[in-house]
Design a protein around this ligand. Structure first.
Ligand code: SF4
Length: 260
């Protein structure tokens, strides 16, 4: 049964209180998603409040899908939640999303951004750039945008898994015009994100699961879940797992976001 837990989020150099729904007992790390979503929305609400105080306005609007053409990273826990949400869609939509995944994967193959199917599952894309991990991801993201691939979950301009959408989507809001999202131009002005929940979850997976890598590019999510999703543990002490996750949030605030 879910209890409430009060926490103090260290963000923007201040301590922000929040109350999260915390499931009791044991289970998979996915059971923590409602609590992490609450933390994520608290962080982003604070970020938006600060932007408004600085005279800025979030320009994201219903119907704008510019960011749904960007490459999205997902932790393994989000990958599993997405696969579960997909399985619940009506047959017609489910088939459409699966076809879209196949189209995205074959386009990535044709453009040398993914190795052809051999050992399943594939766990990484091939960056056209070099340098640090963040520089390679940046080069990959730009090349991905050039391919103009809509997210496989985007159907008729709407996210078909909106309630389960990844943290990278939840935590993306900009004060710049949509065309900058479509090109990742230098004018792109995202709201500051002092904590990235995808990274917090990935660190938690690194510490509590025997699965690697802990983060995937979204187009690889279904393939991974199909091949290895059953390996994720379902016997975590959820209260202890939340504490591990919260530690990784505190690390991000103290040490900064990952950048190698
Ligand atoms: S998961 Fe949903 S919100 Fe995120 S990129 Fe895909 S369609 Fe857009």
């Amino acid at each position: 049964m879910a209890k409430e837990k009060r926490v103090v989020l260290p963000i923007f150099g201040e301590n922000k209180p929040a109350t999260v729904p915390l499931p009791g007992g044991t289970g998979g790390l996915g059971a923590l998603l409602p609590a992490i979503r609450k933390l994520s929305s608290t962080v982003m609400a604070e970020s938006e409040t600060r932007a408004r105080a600085a005279g800025l306005k979030v320009s994201c609007k219903t119907g704008c899908t510019a960011c749904c053409h960007q490459l999205v990273p997902v932790s393994l826990i989000e990958a599993k939640a997405l696969a579960t949400a997909l399985a619940r869609l009506p047959q017609k939509q489910l088939k459409e999303v699966k076809n879209r995944f196949a189209h995205v994967l074959s386009t990535l193959e044709k453009n040398g951004l993914i190795h052809p199917k051999h050992d399943q599952p594939r766990t990484s894309l091939v960056s056209p750039g070099d340098g640090s991990e963040s520089e390679r991801w940046d080069a990959l993201s730009r090349k991905y945008l050039e391919l103009n691939l809509a997210c496989p979950f985007l159907i008729e301009g709407r996210c078909s898994v909106y309630e389960e959408r990844p943290f990278a989507c939840r935590e993306y809001a900009v004060t710049s015009a949509p065309e900058h999202c479509a090109t990742l131009s230098e004018q792109l002005a995202p709201l500051p994100r002092p904590v990235l929940m995808t990274q917090a979850l990935s660190l938690t997976v690194d510490r509590l699961e025997d699965a690697a890598p802990s983060t995937l590019a979204l187009p690889l999510a279904l393939e991974w879940v199909e091949a290895r999703g059953a390996e994720l543990r379902t016997d975590h002490d959820l209260s202890e797992a939340f504490d591990v996750l919260f530690e990784s949030i505190e690390w991000q605030e103290r040490d900064g976001l990952w950048a190698d």
